[in-house]
Design a binder for this molecule. Sequence first.
Ligand SMILES: [Zn+2]
Length: 928
Amino acid sequence: MKTSTSALGALAIGLALAASAARAQPPMDPVFAEHQKAWTTRPEFSSPLVDHLPASDNVPTPRAVIGHDVGAPRVLDHYADLLKYYHALAAAAPRQVKIVETGKTEEGRPTVVVLISSDANIANLEANRANLARLADPRGLSEADAQALIDKTKPMYVALGGLHSAETGPPEMLMELAFRLVTEDSPLVRQIRDNVIVGINPASDPDGRDRYVDWWYRNKIDDTDDLNPVPGAPYWGKYIFHDNNRDINYTGLSARNLLSFYLQWHPPVMHDLHESVPFLYTFSGQAPQNPALDPILFGEMPWIANYEMAKLTSYGMPGVWTHGYVDEWSPGYVGFMSTNHNGLFKMYETFGNGGATTELRHVKPVDGPGEDLHGQDQTGREWYRPNPPYRTVEWSMRNNTNYMETGVLTGLSMVAQNPRTIVENFYRKSRNAIDDGRKTAPYAFLIPGDQADMTKAATVVNLLRMQGIEVGRLGAEVTLKEGKFPAGSYIVKRDQPYGRLAKVLLEKQTFPDNKLRTYDDSAWTMGMMAHVKVTPSADVKALDVPATPVDQAKVEGAIGPPGAAAYAVLDHGAINLAVLRYRLKGEAIRIAEAPFKDADHAVPAGSFLLDGKAYAALKAQVVPLGLTAVALTAKPPVASHEAALPRVAVYSTWGSTQNVGWVRYAFDQFETPYDLILKDEVRKGGLRARYDVIVIPSQGRSAKNLVFDIPLRGKPLPYTKTAQYPTQGAYGSSPDIRGGMGLAGLEELRKFVEAGGVLITLGEASAVPAEFGLAPDVEVSRPSKAFYAPGPIVTAKVDKPKHPIFYGYPEGQPMTVRWASTALLSLPVRDQNDVLMTLPGGDKSVQSGLMVGASEVKNRPAIVDLPVGEGQVLMFTTNPIYRWQNFGEFRMLYNALFNYKNLRDGLGGPPVIADKDDDKPAEADKPD
Ligand SMILES: [Zn+2]
């Protein structure tokens, strides 16, 4: 559009007049006010902070860009529309809004953080970023200089929403918040704009946002029955569903992009917006708390949370509470990137309907027969919930928006009233972290450089590096209290800004109180999970050990001279051996069944044996994969068998794709070909003709739930790609995802095994062959209600050390596994020989974390291989691919694949029936 000069002049005068009038009596948007009132189901579900929205001539409202006011019934916005809004906002108000691009998702959507503040703060953004970075690492900064820097530094407060895609409100609300922060001239908002740099992560799982929104429009928009709800979308992002908030090692790209933003911008406050419990729960860091974190943090969290509860309650809003829901133990929640790095974490749960459809909600859970509602009823009064939510309520997206937005504005206002305290605390926590590492043991963690498999050690180092933790490499041997560490060892010194995080991740977890419950895992000790030796050092000299900073750890592989008749790729447990097998799929590879010596080389059982002709192909792969291949001088003096490449299928239910997602993720990382099969493919039959191995990852609430999955009630639920719903039909497709594999599918699995297939079940899925007769000799039982094992790391006993499953695992050394399942198996004596690994149980078996009632799992089988017909059922009650964490166990599953034709090897003789006297419990085995 062309405008004449005089018209522009008139417009400028008009705008100036409007601006001065705005300051006196800001004009408000009457249409918004009408909508907001109509969509809020009761007056007390609103507040004076959100019952109005400025009318702006030059800055577009959400309605102007996306066609509706936020909180409109029956509307959700796709990610591109969210971005469209923020780009329109930034274009209209470039001096208050800056969009930082942080990367791309798995499906190629851009990830961003939108920064909003006053003109002056946005103009000063780069200097402020540098100040926060300096305060985040105050080494060499004097106290006086730090104080001067704090005086001129604004806190940054980043709000993120939509990490969980079914929690649809926050990405909507954040657009309105952004507009309000740019345009509103109230003292509260002006103070926020002047004193805080607000960051907005519009949807923390962009791929999942679009997939859920499509699903909702297609299947769920008319759903108003909260007692019998239409299920949500089977997938959000590509892999891991709800666990994207348990992604301790940042596999998800949107989380990884946010972490990299964090480490560049150092926001002292992050606020993660979720939906579940009514009406607004504000996280305050209840027990159990990780004592490695700074005590200041545990003062800050309830300080702000209680202010929010008081303010919202004073506006007349019922159901705002704190405490009593999420603890501060596991470091694996995405938003904990802030507390893990000396910042401050805030989190809300507000009440969402899983969409934007207004409906009657039964807030107090309806008590069914035999249901244990302990802890699920949030409608009772408690000291931390003085004005509880209603028992039933008509609830709308706008109510949810009002609560969230009022809460976030209140949290921001608290920070804006105390900007110096927030920044100074951030600095103080950073400095304390360094001091703590100087004053308290362990002073360092060492990863010895002479471990047989250094590839997993490199994985640990690189995960620490991703989190900004400094790691050094020793140039020469060092002697400390704990012994000698050779050149090439890695050292993580604790006198660094993220020394506390290093401690949290690397130390053994000692749960503070066995009577307390925790929201997620009780243990994550990286070395134990990865089967990497990590030695904490109580020797203060460790801080002065010379070490070269490591950017990325890389293990260079090696191969002997060309021209040998044969080569052996030594198996010391590297998962990369699996990658090698897939990359050399055209080569004949055999596996040594026993260790042997050749010249100077000790070749372990499980090593790959290749003909000399494969030299060039082998060299091209072993070097980058960090593996060692030796030239053999003689024919191996041990038996060997083919390193098979089975045709693999991974079975997934539709109702519980998350743990399957972790297996899919690992398989993709290690270049493992497989077909994902769902109920329709299984029921079709003919499985044996197509596959050699079917893996059923842990999934579902029970064996029955795994088989029957989403109940066949209501209407069909299509998950197929169409022009209207382009995100559907990814990672499986079905005209109706209800019904599960059912008995017909089970029968096909039975035929598959009878005809020579290998069925591998992981974790809870191992109850399926037992309870549905595929492995009729196996009984399943459950531990008592007193038993409580939130993911501890425990000792396992390898019963058949020569079995192919344990290739790469050093014989005679203790095995640590993550306890993953509550399905306990028992076998008759005649099948005892088929038990490959056992959980000894007892308190002494707990290496890290918490297991209450550990004697209940005593001597229970952990891995069982049973012959069935021509085939086998291999049952893990552990989960050999648990999230992206227990790298030390991954190889058991790969060994099962490459040796699927030899799983009956190494089982030894018939079972030994114990003498009566041997039944007496030994001293160490007494219940404890
Ligand atoms: Zn959530």
